[in-house]
Structure formats: structure tokens, C-alpha cells
Design a protein. Structure first.
Lengths: 405, 420
């Protein structure tokens, strides 16, 4: 059976129990989205090649929580992503969606021009203009260009010697262009544990294109990336990702949503793919993680993003934090920060995204003494933009506690 | 991954076992494809409601009930265990206490006005006890489509209670503020947490109530702030207020799920929701690993010393009938007992008749360990709880939550005893 058939066919397992609806962060704050069960397994039966009878589908943020919690295994978020892509293809995809879906292309343009590009990104008049012309909300979180890519840093970074173990690092677009520090800290933490870190050449995984319904382009990107990573996976190297959503794209989403189940490269890469916290915790369980942590005396709110929850591995970051003396961590019980990749950037969805994230922002503000921790870049930007509190990847707390700074 | 104990299933049975194991200091991992039936069912703990006639006193009825049904899971669970499990639950639910005893059943109204026997009930439902002879007004909310107080009250007025008491019930329809045509129970639960909303509802309702009437609301009186929401409404109306369970989603059940999940996490449990337990590794009559399927295209084995199967029955897909007529258990490949022999009818045409397949499930020993086809313990360190247990017909007996809670409680006791 091809992927489309079993993803779509899974709707027959829906017993209309409404568990997905009780968890959906979007339908719980706005009547514009009637909920994953209604839009997914129910409406899908009425969708033909002529299109979808209901455009409310566009208000699904694609956070994937419905699929994570479905006790019957219905691929609700995947069904909705595919239906939305079809609907957008028929009704036309806005220029905005085509632009914000290409972080690596933006990075290539913006990096050499970083000072100028950043000036404009911080400029209120420019953001107002962008909102008026492209409908990207003027207050939505936008990362700044680092000016120097992580790739260029990695090329000059001397490999760890001697090293008995090696690991492949998938950094994703954001660490390459906007947050190379996160990637450098990940490398330092892995090296501290005796790993030589291999950084293959890599481009976008296609996730933002997929979220915006540009499936053909998304497939091109993810297939190319899988082709680049597959030789390492085939030789038995594990691959770690600091971008939890891009890691999930390579583990599962591309295979299911983009119908690439038969792509052997992707399957091999998926079998060797680890979220970095998942990997470090597995080291700890084997007694192979160094625990020479210095105390970090702070109270940190931790938010496991919706996409991190999609890995089905629990919250390994929390258990790693437990190894750091002095560190008090408060786990957020909020499912989603609202931004869901590029959803919360869009003018018509910005208010919904902020309302989805509101309980999280309140928790972060109440708890944080210095920083918040979160595994996904777009969520970190959203949290920081909404609360003014710096948000770091969990690996940064490990890096600090190891005394690597 | 590794743990001391792995529980498969995130329903009432699995979470009860998980909380007790984690609180006993065992490193406990709970794997659940999704939350279990707590989100769908009333949060009452029904121990035994029909046997087959209406049961007024479960403690008195249980001995003869199990004597007539030696394969029933209650034959492996003493009445003391059942009572202890309910006491344990109540102690874990503050500020959401459970009330009741095994000595007698409450008779609470369902959303369609059927008197339903339950032994232990959330405090906020207790005033709906129909045996009390009270007069009841049932409040309907404008945009809650699945709760029709007129139907409820009409059916109750015609109901025959065992004590001969007739029920005095009527409906009051409220035109609460808001413009949405369709609000879910969860949506109303959030609205009721707002003082302003409660004051508007109370102001509309109060003049329409008659002296001496207790007021039944659909069970939407707050989610996170349930107790204060309920007590505040009771104050405002100056009379007993109680909740009636709704159709799914069940807000009362979600509160129960939250309380148990939070207790599990607070005790240091590892919760993996969204992954499927796809199989197990065994050696010399012992389970060594449960193998789960996460997002990655590789099996993830979890090593542990003890395992609990709490995945549910047919409805949950934990036990399934294949196209060759064979019945299987999905994780450990356990023998399923109570399945009609080949050639015998598996189902009869009338839905509510005694279905030959109705009691199929896992047969267990005194410590709730699954038995193989020959009646021997299948794996020494594997225990079973909840709807996977064979020999029961929870929907007919009204015993589902009672069995889930008591068996989840009991398997944890067995493991903790072994571990010490």
C-alpha cells in the first residue's frame, strides 16, 4: 500500500472519540478552526479532486498534537497537511508563503548582507511595510542573521583528536544562518563526551515548504538532504539534530506527509536519526555520558515543543537537566507556543498564535530567573518575543554546566 | 531505554499502576499510544451495577457474583483490594475528592436520564443521588448540543427506582451569553472558570428555581479550577449543585486523567505518549524488553524487570480479531481466552444480547499474571490490568472503572512486594 493510501486510510480507525479536539491548541482558542476531528477524519470523506468543501483547514497550525494523542493511530495532522496542500494548490499559494518557506535561501541572501538585512529586520517602518505588502505580522518574531554561517565555522574547526567515536551532526538552516552558537555548543558538548563531530554539507529539510503546502519543492529538498546524509547512516553513524522539528521531518514527517515512504535514503537516515537530548540521555543510560556538571543556580521554565512531542520519546531534556546540580526546572504543561514554524508569522494568524501561547508565556514570565529552555528555534523566538526572556536550547544549559563557555 | 518497570497503556488501569510504582521508588516508564478512555467516560468508579439485576449493595453482592463466575477478574481481586484502591484514588485526587463506599451504590442520573449505580463518585456528582427523594432541576446550556435536560428530566420522571421512590425532575433551559452555535463541554468548562460568566448564569437561573430543588448541570463546572467553580456556583444558588456526566469529551474524566498524569510525573515517572508498543523480547519465561515504535524508523527496546499490560480490550485495538477468525493480543502475543471455538458463532445478531465473544480477554492467575493456552503463567514478570482482562462484561455489569482501578492498584502491589 502506498503512503497516501495508509495515511488517508487511517481515518477509518477514527471512532470520533474527540480526544484530539480536547488537545487541539488552535480550536481551543478560536472558532475559525473547528477542530482536527471535524476538519480531518470527518471532512476528508467529502474531499474530492474538485477540492475541499471547507477552507477552515487553512487555520490548522500543523503542530501535530492531534496525531500524537490519537489513541487509535489516526494520522490526523498528516491527512490535514495533505488536504491543505491540495487546497492551496487549487486556490493559489500566496507569495508570502513561498518566501517564508525558504529559510536557507533567505540565509544565503541575508548572510553576506547581515548588517544591512538586520537593520531592516529591526526597523519598525520596514516591518510595517512588509506587513502591508506581504502580510507578515509586524510584531511576529524574526531571527537576525549571524553574518557567518555555522558551516564556515565547522570547516575551520579542528576535529577532536584522539577520538574513538564519531557522530554526524544535522544542524538545520536556523543554526547555520541565525544561531550558529547553538550548533557550536552542540559540537562542544558532543566533543566533551569524546565524539568526533562530522558536519556534512547540508541544506534545508523542506519542512517550512511542506507546512506551506509546497510539496514538490519540499520533496526535492528533503530527498537531496537524505541523499547527503545516507552514506553516513549506512555506515552505522548516528545522526543528531538540535532542531527538533527538522529532526522529526527526517524521522517521520517527510515519509508520511510527503508520501516518501519508499525513499530508501530517507528510511536509512530516519533509522539513525536522534534528537540531541534523546541521544545524550541514551548515552547516560549506558553510563557513557560525562556528568562533571558544575552547579547552575537558576530556575528555568522548560517547554517541550509540539514537534518535540511528536518524536514519541517523552521529554529527555528534563532528565538531562536533572543531572545538573542547583538547576531548578519547571516543566510547562502547555502543548504549543502557537507559532508552529511559520503559522504565527502570518498576519491573519498572529493573534491566534499569541493566544495559543499565552498560558506558556505566563508560566515563563512567572518562573524564569534568567532564561527559558526550549528545543525548537521558532518556539524560542516566539517565547522571547512574547516575554522578553531569552530562550535557549537545552544543549546550552549542558554546555554551561560542563563549564565549556 | 531502560527502567525498573514498564507500563503499557495510559488509561485508568495503566496510570494507577504507573503512579503507584513510581511513588514506590521504581523507575517507571509508561508508554501510551494516546490517553485512554478517561477522556470519554464519566469519572465515576462503578464497581458492580448489574448482576444481572440492579445491585444496591456491591460489597454484599460480590461474593455470590464471583462464585457464579470463577473466571471473572473480581474472583482474583478481593473486596478489600477494591475498597483500598478507591481510597487510594481519593487520597490522590485532592482537591477533587471521591466519596462513597463499597457498601452501597449511588444512583446518579446519566445525560439521557437513566439512573446509574456507582460505588465511588466525584464529590461534585454526589448530590445527584436519585435515592434521596430530592426535587431536581436540570440546567441546559444553550450551545451544548449533546445535553438535553428535557429528555433527561422526562426519562427520570418515568424511572422506577428499587426503593419505590419516584423522581421529581424538570428542565431549565438557559440562554447563556455568547453567540457561538456549538460549544463543547471543554469550552463551557473554561467559561465556567470565569466568575463573571458564573454570575450571569446564576442570575438567570436563580429566579427560575423552586424552593427545595437541587440543580444538576452538565459536568462542565471548571477544568483546572473545578472545585472552586463548583462551590462558588453552589453558594450563588444557595442549594446543592451537582454535575451530570456528559457525552464525550468528558470533562470530569479529563480532570481524573490530569490528576493521575500529574501524580505520575511528580513521582518521577517517564511518560511516552504517541509511541506504540509494537512487540516484546522474551527469554526463559521472562519478558526482557518491550519494543516501542517512536517517530524514527527503528525499533526502540525498553529493558525492565517488570511489565504491566494495560492496553485495553477490543475497543482499544489491544485485542483484535483477524480475517481468519483468530484473536490476538497486540504487544506480547498472549493467548486470548473465552473465544468461541472454530465453527461456533462468535456473535449473535441482536446487539444487546449475550455475545459469545463478549467475555474474551486475557486469563490471569491470582497475581494477575497472564496465562498461556495451557493455563500456565505465560511470563513470570508480566502483569495485566484493566479492560484486557477476560471474563468480564463491563458494559453490562457496570464494572469497567472498578476493574481498571482495582487491577491497576493490585498489579502495582504485586510488583512492589516482589521488588522489596
Amino acid at each position: 500500500m502506498d503512503t497516501m493510501e495508509w495515511v488517508r486510510g487511517s481515518l477509518d480507525h477514527c471512532v470520533k472519540c474527540t480526544i484530539c479536539e480536547t488537545f487541539c491548541p488552535v480550536s481551543n482558542v478560536t472558532p475559525l478552526f473547528p477542530g482536527p476531528k471535524y476538519v480531518g477524519p470527518q471532512l476528508e470523506r467529502f474531499r474530492t479532486d474538485d477540492g475541499s468543501p471547507d477552507a477552515s483547514l487553512d487555520y490548522c497550525s500543523g503542530c501535530g498534537i492531534c496525531t500524537t494523542v490519537c489513541p487509535q493511530g489516526v494520522k490526523i495532522a498528516e491527512i490535514n497537511s495533505q488536504a491543505r496542500a491540495k487546497m492551496k494548490a487549487q486556490r493559489g499559494i500566496p507569495l508570502r508563503d513561498r518566501i517564508i518557506a525558504r529559510p536557507s535561501a533567505m540565509g544565503k541572501v541575508g548572510t553576506p548582507l547581515a548588517p544591512i538585512a538586520n537593520f531592516f529586520l529591526k526597523n519598525h517602518a520596514f516591518r510595517w511595510l512588509v506587513e502591508r505588502t506581504l502580510r507578515v505580522h509586524r510584531k511576529a518574531p524574526m531571527p537576525l542573521f549571524a553574518g557567518r554561517t555555522f558551516q564556515s565555522w565547522a570547516r575551520r574547526h579542528p576535529p577532536l583528536t584522539p577520538a574513538t567515536k564519531a557522530i554526524v551532526y544535522f544542524h538545520g538552516c536556523s543554526a547555520n544562518h541565525f544561531e550558529p552558537r547553538v550548533a557550536q555548543m552542540a559540537v562542544a558538548v558532543l566533543e566533551h563526551n569524546g565524539y568526533r563531530v562530522i558536519v556534512p554539507r547540508q541544506d534545508c529539510c523542506g519542512l517550512p515548504l511542506q507546512s506551506n503546502g509546497l510539496f514538490d519543492d519540499a520533496r526535492r529538498y528533503v530527498r537531496k538532504l537524505a541523499r547527503n546524509l545516507e552514506p553516513y547512516a549506512r555506515r552505522g553513524y548516528d545522526i543528531v539534530a538540535t532542531s527538533t522539528s527538522c529532526g522529526l521531518m527526517l524521522k517521520r514527517e517527510a515519509r508520511e506527509i510527503l508520501e516518501l515512504e519508499d525513499d530508501e535514503d530517507l528510511r536509512t537516515v530516519s533509522a539513525h536519526m536522534f534528537d540531541i537530548c534523546e541521544f545524550l540521555l541514551s548515552l547516560h543510560e549506558r553510563g557513557a555520558l560525562r556528568t562533571d556538571f558544575r552547579p547552575l543556580d537558576m530556575r528555568v521554565p522548560y517547554h517541550a515543543p509540539c514537534q518535540q512531542q511528536g518524536h514519541g520519546i517523552g521529554k529527555p531534556a528534563l532528565e538531562l537537566f536533572g543531572l545538573i546540580p542547583g538547576l531548578e526546572v519547571v516543566d510547562s504543561d502547555v502543548a504549543c507556543c502557537g507559532v508552529a514554524g511559520t503559522y504565527g508569522l502570518k498576519t491573519e494568524k498572529y493573534d491566534i498564535a499569541m493566544e495559543v501561547g499565552a498560558p506558556l508565556f505566563r508560566q515563563v514570565t512567572a518562573v524564569a530567573t534568567e532564561v527559558a529552555a526550549c528545543d525548537s528555534e521558532t518556539c524560542r523566538w516566539q517565547i522571547t518575543r512574547a516575554t522578553g526572556i531569552p530562550s535557549v536550547h537545552p544543549v546550552e544549559l549542558l554546555y554551561r554546566a560542563y563549564g565549556l563557555s | 531505554m531502560s527502567a525498573d518497570a514498564v507500563v503499557v497503556g495510559a488509561g485508568l488501569a495503566g496510570l494507577t499502576a504507573g503512579v503507584r510504582l513510581a511513588e514506590a521508588g521504581l523507575r517507571t516508564t509508561l508508554v501510551g499510544k494516546g490517553p485512554g478512555a478517561m477522556h470519554l467516560a464519566p469519572a465515576t468508579i462503578d464497581v458492580l451495577g448489574y448482576a444481572p439485576d440492579l445491585v444496591e449493595r456491591p460489597a454484599a453482592a460480590l461474593p455470590s457474583f464471583v462464585a457464579e463466575r470463577p473466571d471473572h477478574p473480581y474472583a482474583r481481586l478481593s473486596a478489600d483490594t477494591v475498597a483500598a484502591s478507591a481510597e487510594w484514588l481519593s487520597a490522590h485526587m485532592p482537591p477533587l475528592a471521591y466519596v462513597g463506599t463499597l457498601e452501597e451504590n449511588y444512583l446518579l442520573p446519566t445525560a439521557v436520564g437513566v439512573p446509574k449505580p456507582s460505588a465511588f463518585v466525584p464529590e461534585a456528582m454526589a448530590a445527584g443521588d436519585l435515592r434521596s427523594g430530592s426535587r431536581f432541576a436540570f440546567a441546559g446550556l444553550r450551545a451544548l448540543k449533546d445535553f438535553y435536560p428535557a429528555l433527561l428530566a422526562d426519562n427520570l420522571s418515568q424511572a422506577k427506582l428499587p426503593t419505590g421512590v419516584t423522581v421529581d425532575a424538570r428542565a431549565v433551559h438557559l440562554s447563556d451569553p455568547g453567540t457561538e452555535a456549538d460549544v463543547s463541554p471543554l469550552g463551557y468548562a473554561r467559561m465556567f472558570e470565569d466568575r463573571e460568566f458564573r454570575s450571569v448564569v446564576a442570575a438567570e437561573l436563580l429566579p427560575r428555581l423552586e424552593p427545595g430543588e437541587s440543580v444538576g448541570f452538565p459536568s462542565v463546572l471548571g477544568l483546572h479550577e473545578h472545585r472552586t467553580t463548583w462551590l462558588d456556583l453552589q453558594d450563588r444558588l444557595g442549594r446543592p449543585v451537582f454535575e451530570v456526566p456528559t457525552l464525550p469529551p468528558s470533562v470530569a474524566g479529563i480532570r481524573l486523567f490530569h490528576a493521575l498524569r500529574d501524580a505520575f510525573l511528580a513521582a518521577g515517572g517517564r511518560l511516552l505518549i504517541g509511541s506504540t508498543a509494537a512487540g516484546a523480547e522474551t527469554k526463559d519465561g521472562v519478558v526482557t524488553h518491550v519494543v516501542i515504535q517512536t517517530a524514527a524508523a527503528r525499533p526502540t527496546p525498553i529493558e525492565a524487570r517488570w511489565f504491566v499490560l494495560a492496553t485495553g480490550g477490543f475497543a482499544e485495538g489491544a485485542i483484535f480479531l483477524d480475517s481468519y477468525g483468530e484473536v490476538h493480543e497486540s504487544v506480547f502475543g498472549l493467548a486470548v481466552s473465552g473465544v468461541p471455538a472454530a465453527g461456533e458463532p462468535r456473535f449473535v445478531p441482536r446487539y444487546f444480547d449475550d455475545q459469545p465473544m463478549g467475555r474474551a480477554g486475557i486469563a490471569v492467575d491470582e497475581r494477575l499474571r497472564p496465562l498461556d493456552a495451557d493455563g500456565n503463567v505465560a511470563f513470570r514478570n508480566l502483569f495485566t490490568a484493566g479492560a484486557a482482562l477476560g471474563g468480564a462484561e463491563p458494559w453490562r455489569e457496570l464494572s469497567g472503572n472498578g476493574l481498571a482501578l482495582a487491577s491497576g492498584f493490585a498489579v502495582a502491589s504485586a510488583i512492589v512486594e516482589w521488588a522489596s
